[in-house]
Design a protein around this ligand. Structure first.
Ligand code: HEM
Length: 222
């Protein structure tokens, strides 16, 4: 309870849940790259995941818990910081900050909106293309067909580009902040850690972006 009450404790919850979510983002990208190996590869990968049954559900619940904790503590910390800020400085002091650091709450909320859309799109299949275009009479989904047909549509490509831009901005500050909060680095290592976090965020966003972009431009086809 003490941890919940202190702002250091809340930052620790943010860092631990952020680490879990960033780990998922990296693992999910690795899984998604099977798309480049063709239809059989990604469909076998999806089938193996679904075969995990209860283990998959435990993992999903853990991920959902981390997401909820991250969103709630993120909003809470932002409101707390705003309330603590003295109003109306006569002169603005110069402090080293970045656009990514200043906009964490906005990129975080945009990313949340993207994830909700993404789940409705690829997991629940309630938005986007008509499911009969990529599933057979028994309801069996062809994941390769679903992804490729989706990213042949420019509005969906644009939507994913927007979501992935939010992912990049959020992680470009978030990854290094996790290690800073967990005390893994000192003031000498901090600039190095910031650069490494930025490069990791860029690599993740570029990896994800390659899927809609290469598909839209016909380098991945049915
Ligand atoms: C171009 C980018 C992406 C592609 C092609 C993609 C593809 C997919 C597909 C096909 C599924 C459904 C798997 C299935 O049910 O068989 C899925 C699920 C999911 N994706 Fe993505 N994804 C992308 C980006 C992202 C990003 C950036 C995030 C998070 C920030 C994300 C989070 C999730 C989550 C949470 C699930 C549900 C996992 C589950 O069912 O356990 N995805 N994705």
């Amino acid at each position: 309870m003490q941890l919940f009450r202190s702002s250091v404790g809340r930052k620790l919850f943010m860092a631990c849940s952020g680490l879990m979510l960033a780990g998922f983002v990296a693992a999910h990208l690795l899984g998604n790259t099977t798309l480049f190996a063709g239809s059989e590869a990604i469909n076998t990968y999806a089938a193996q995941l679904h075969k995990l049954g209860p283990v998959l559900w435990i993992f999903r619940l853990g991920l959902l818990g981390a997401l909820l904790a991250h969103v709630i503590f993120g909003i809470w910390l932002t409101l707390q910081n705003r309330a603590a800020k003295p109003i109306g400085y006569a002169k603005k002091t110069t402090q080293t900050t970045t656009l990514a650091a200043e906009t964490m709450i906005y990129t975080g909320l945009a990313l949340l909106a993207f994830v909700v859309y993404h789940l409705l799109h690829f997991t629940l299949r309630k938005v986007g293309l008509e499911p009969s275009l990529f599933s057979d009479a028994t309801g069996q989904v062809d994941v390769f067909r679903m992804v490729v047909l989706s990213f042949q549509q420019w509005p969906l490509v644009l939507l994913y580009v927007g979501g992935l831009a939010a992912l990049f901005l959020h992680l470009s500050h978030g990854i290094s902040s996790i290690f800073q909060t967990l005390g893994v680095c000192n003031e000498y290592l901090l600039p190095l850690l910031r650069k490494a976090g930025f490069i990791a965020a860029l690599a993740l966003a570029a990896g994800y972006l390659s899927i809609p972009i290469l598909t839209y431009f016909g380098l991945v086809t049915l």
